[in-house]
Ligand binder design. Sequence first.
Ligand SMILES: Nc1ncnc2c1ncn2[C@@H]1O[C@H](COP(=O)(O)OP(=O)(O)OP(=O)(O)O)[C@@H](O)[C@H]1O
Ligand SMILES: [Mg+2]
Length: 381
Amino acid sequence: MMNMNTKALAGNREHKSVHLYTFYPVTPYERLAVQLISHIHLGVIIVDDRLNVVEINQAAGNMLGLEKSKILYRSFQEAIIQLGLPKKCRDRLFSILHSREEGRELEFDWCPEAGRVRSLLLRIHPFEDSESGLKGQILMLEDKTETLLLKQQVQQNNRLATIGQIAAGTAHEIRNPLTAIKGFLQVIGHRMKENGQQKEHGYIDVMLREIGRISSLVGEFLMLSKPRHIKVQSVNVVKVLKDILPIIKNEALLHNIDVVIKQQLTTIPMVEADGELLKQVFLNLTKNAMEAMKDGGLLTLCLKTDEKRRQVVVEISDTGPGIPKQVLEKIFEPFFTTKENGTGLGLPICRQILCEIDGEIRIKSGDKGTRVLVHLPLTKA
Ligand SMILES: Nc1ncnc2c1ncn2[C@@H]1O[C@H](COP(=O)(O)OP(=O)(O)OP(=O)(O)O)[C@@H](O)[C@H]1O
Ligand SMILES: [Mg+2]
């Protein structure tokens, strides 16, 4: 690119004060370079020594939400100011551009209009060609969003695997003595009741309840490791939901919550799953929804068939306060909880179970209400 024939756009009426270059690819190599810049997935922006844009490819335009026709031959700094990049990031970018040092980098998050937040890495390289007198800087933008997400997922999976290993190793050892303690406490409890020691019998009840809690926590730990006795077969989602509906309705009644079930099914929703584990998923999700509606509300369970993706989608929505963005980012982390008595294992377990059966969980939430979508693979016909 740097050896490419260049010509100063002298006397450009619109931009009298600036001195611009434009590229005239002549040799096959130069034409190839132009092709490469336009088709490469990296964003490329080339600015001259006065920081006017002389080239911007489609990828860079998309990443920043800039239109080539509006920015070409104009001041890059002005374009960035108009873009509304956060001040700190903008100042850093300008200082890098003015310093003209080799190989500088800047990482920032950016959300172009009508887009998702992207994590971008900008690398800046100055260039100078003594023969043509061409001077400027090449800005290369890389979209790191997916890589970072994958990295986070790998880290999370590693954490889950570690917890799973610890759990598998210790759960058995914890459960055995617990069973013995529970058995003897029950015997002692009976004796106390027979002897009319009501108060002491009450203590035994408390101890048994707490043992129950330890036992179910250990069970959840085990679930975090690869569920070992998973039995995948063709199950009817409607039946699974019907089985747990009394538990959900009972809980809803206690908290002044209405429960509505909607079905938009085109086929009998037979999915490949472990029915018992699926119950656990729906119970965890409805429990979360109800816990979010402390002062009552509406819990909606909606079943849909997605013929195109060969899936059944179960949507669990609530009218609670929603999940703030900074919380939403963490909810699948084991032990992340915002509740006083929460363990923060509900959602990681749901994700783990769904992962085992090629299903998926997605959560959509904002200022009001939360929608949890559970995607399940339809049984092959
Ligand atoms: N429907 C919801 N509405 C609002 N916040 C939610 C909802 N579902 C989950 N959350 C948030 O996600 C966090 C993690 O949920 P998760 O089910 O993993 O753990 P928990 O409910 O806190 O504890 P546990 O399920 O182990 O009792 C919750 O503490 C809560 O902040
Ligand atoms: Mg929960």
